[in-house]
Design a binder for this molecule. Structure first.
Ligand code: PRT
Ligand code: ZN
Length: 298
């Protein structure tokens, strides 16, 4: 019998496409993908990747067409609220937060307009492509405003006279600036999320979901981690251990022919900056070496 295969939906072409493929490759997946192909076959895992519009990902998982999906929290939460408003059950489950696709859904007003807190939104027209998230935010802040739902180009709505302010995604802020808008409030902090169907999976599929999640955790830890090696006078060990960022149990090795010194090896779960190395050196460390970590499994 053929092994059951997992289906994972990712964005076909957009901001999440490259980082999604990158993280899957780092998890060890080898896929073959032709141009414009809708699906890629996992060569070394029973997992196939479906390329779709990001807005369709929650539905595909919700309707059990796909077992897994990688999608922005903004899209996911908007969908969750929309389903709830229509009285439909919400069936996808978020499994992991991923460290890409970071952005925030914000309220932004024309630069010259005064803004005096959420209460000043009362009675205003707000353009957005996220009506449900905006509606929830306004309700939580006991403000009633008119929501102008658009399908894109939200940032030009105030200039066109269609709205007084906007609620849109921002990452660097340069789009807002170019449109003479000023960020005044955060509605949602967003990032990519791995979601799964709540339906029970066949044992083999379930096992692969667990393996994938474990590998994703490893990939994310590794991005931040460094392996650090140094020589230290025994007398300075306590201070040096204190200075090592995010490392709990360093390995201490005696140095042949140098009884007063030891070698210290440690995995630091944070980036190691030049400043840290300078402080370690000042504390007596020498022969400092910082190496990238390639894989990690704990
Ligand atoms: O075709 P499809 O529907 O799949 O794509 P899409 O156009 O809906 O999505 P896409 O590719 O623009 O974004 C996919 C996901 O990336 C979003 O749902 C977010 O989770 C995430 N993301 C991260 C962003 C941004 N950063 C972002 N900056 N999505 C959109 N933007 C837009 C924003 O709307 C604004 O127009 O970029 C502009 C602002 O960028 P800055 O850098 O100038 O602030
Ligand atoms: Zn979209």
């Amino acid at each position: 019998m053929d092994e059951p295969r997992l289906k994972l939906a990712i964005q076909k072409s957009g901001r999440l496409t490259d980082p999604s493929l990158d993280v899957l490759v780092r998890c060890g997946l080898k896929i073959s993908r032709g141009k414009d192909q809708l699906m890629a076959y996992g060569e070394n895992m029973p997992l196939d990747v479906l390329f779709v519009r990001d807005d369709d990902i929650p539905d595909l998982v919700q309707e059990d067409v796909c077992d897994l999906g990688l999608v922005g929290l903004n899209v996911l939460e908007e969908k969750r609220l929309e389903l709830a408003a229509r009285g439909h059950p919400v069936r996808f489950q978020a499994l992991r937060t991923l460290d890409f696709g970071r952005c925030r859904l914000v309220l932004a007003v024309p630069q010259e307009h005064p803004y005096e807190g959420v209460a000043s939104l009362q009675g205003k027209r707000i353009a957005t492509t996220y009506p449900y998230l905006l509606e929830q935010y306004l309700r939580e802040h006991a403000v009633s405003a008119e929501i102008v739902t658009l399908s894109g180009a939200v940032e030009i709505a105030p200039r066109l006279g269609r709205a007084d302010l906007i609620c849109d995604l921002v990452s660097t802020g340069s789009t807002l600036q170019a449109n003479h808008l000023r960020e005044v409030q955060t509605v949602l902090e967003s990032h990519a999320v791995l979601i799964r169907t709540p339906l029970a999976l066949a044992p083999l599929k379930s096992e692969w979901v667990e393996r994938l999640v474990m590998r994703l955790d490893g990939v994310q830890q590794v991005r931040e981690s460094k392996y650090i090696m140094l020589h230290a006078p025994r007398a300075a060990l306590a201070e040096i251990r204190r200075l090592l960022p995010g490392s709990e149990f360093p390995t201490i090795i005696p140095l042949e022919g140098s009884p007063d010194k030891v070698a210290v090896h440690a995995v630091c779960r944070e980036n190691v900056f030049w400043e840290t190395l300078e402080r370690l050196k000042k504390a007596g460390a020498s022969a400092l070496l910082v190496l990238p970590v390639e894989k990690m499994l704990s």
